[in-house]
Design a protein. Structure first.
Length: 356
């Protein structure tokens, strides 16, 4: 066995195929948990969870506990399913790593053993204090253990979805709930909420309830969903561009009340003005948004389309002046002591004066 993919795992489960050893990890917790439940539901017959499903807290168990749970025979079912969450593989002693490495090569055919890790990749990286502990053969035993996992387990790392993939999931999710959501408005939702699937699906549920089996439009999304700090910063820029300085200051207050670091607020506020500057320079040179996407690795054209719309009536000199104000604020924020709130408020007022 070896490193697999979400698509292959999906196909195998759809075909009713189960393996005896899985490692589920990656940056996307929703997908990791979703496929964990799929595997469990296939391995354990309904009503027999008490007998055939063992869940171990990896931070509080030992290799011997895993072996004991995995060795049990299933009762009135095809599999004994054993789930181990957050087991500290990188901090095992030599003897433990050797024991686990030997065991995972011989997991019983009647057992489905699943390791669920928070790590982005497999093998996980050891912390510095764990990697250099003075035990001579510890690193060697761990390496051998991870080699055993690679040979014996089906390893899937779930990565964050692209904006386009997330939008497609939201569109289909809305349809299943009896609502209409266009790809464009789904992209707007991703822009406001971020790329965490748990958050997006929770916000989609709220939107579908609010829409009442109707259409989910931009206005409903904007007033309903919980926005990320970056999205709120873009909202501040929108308010400034339309002359609503008071609303921009109110949005700033929301971020400050949420204890959002001032540097993060200012950094996010810079993005829309940089986007406007880039699109204007590109247009002067005979290029378009697609060219900019390739040059600066934008995940989609959404930000650039918005920048083109927002900056349509602004001169290049005005955009440069706004960037100069933001640059001055960034320098002050990094070099002086004082009230971050006052500095940010002053920056918004200055931008509003230039843009009005």
């Amino acid at each position: 066995m070896a490193v697999g993919s979400e698509l292959t795992l999906k196909k195998e489960l759809a075909a009713g195929k189960l393996r005896n050893l899985y490692v589920l990890c990656g940056k996307e917790p929703y997908l990791r948990d979703f496929y964990l439940q799929k595997i469990i539901s296939m391995a354990v017959s309904s009503g027999f969870e008490q007998f055939n499903l063992k869940k171990l807290d990896g931070t509080a168990c030992e290799v011997s506990d895993i072996r004991e749970a995995a060795e049990q025979m299933p009762l009135m079912g095809a599999y004994n399913c054993c789930v181990v969450k957050d087991f500290p593989l990188t901090s095992l002693r030599s003897a433990e790593a050797e024991e686990l490495g030997q065991y995972i090569r011989s997991v019983p055919e009647s057992t489905v053993l699943i390791f669920v890790l928070r790590d982005d990749t497999f093998p996980p990286k050891a912390a510095k204090d764990e990697a250099a502990d003075g035990e001579k053969d510890r690193k060697k035993k761990r390496k051998e253990m991870f080699a055993a996992f690679t040979e014996s387990a089906y390893i899937v790392s779930f990565e964050r979805k692209s904006e386009r993939e997330l939008a497609a999931l939201l569109v289909s999710g809305a349809k299943r709930r009896g609502c209409v959501l266009t790809p464009q408005h789904a992209g707007w939702m991703v822009n406001l909420c971020g790329n965490d699937l748990y958050t997006l699906l929770n916000e989609l549920e709220k939107l579908c309830i609010a829409a009442g089996n109707g259409t989910i439009d931009e206005a409903l999304i904007t007033r309903t969903v919980v926005k990320t700090a970056e999205a709120t910063a873009f909202e501040i820029a929108d308010n400034l561009l339309t002359g609503w300085v008071g609303q921009a200051l109110a949005a700033l207050q929301i971020l400050l009340d949420q204890k959002t670091p001032a540097q993060m607020i200012l950094g996010s506020l810079i993005f829309p003005f940089v986007d406007m500057y880039r699109i204007k320079v590109a247009q002067r040179s005979g290029h378009n948004a697609r060219d900019l996407m390739k040059c600066f690795s934008y995940s989609s054209s959404f930000r650039l389309d918005k920048a083109q719309k927002n900056g349509r009536n602004l001169s290049m000199a005005t955009v440069r002046r706004c960037l100069a104000i933001l640059d001055d604020a960034d320098r002050c924020l990094k070099s002086r002591s004082g009230s971050d709130r006052i500095l940010l408020e002053e920056t918004l007022v200055k931008l509003g004066a230039v843009l009005c």
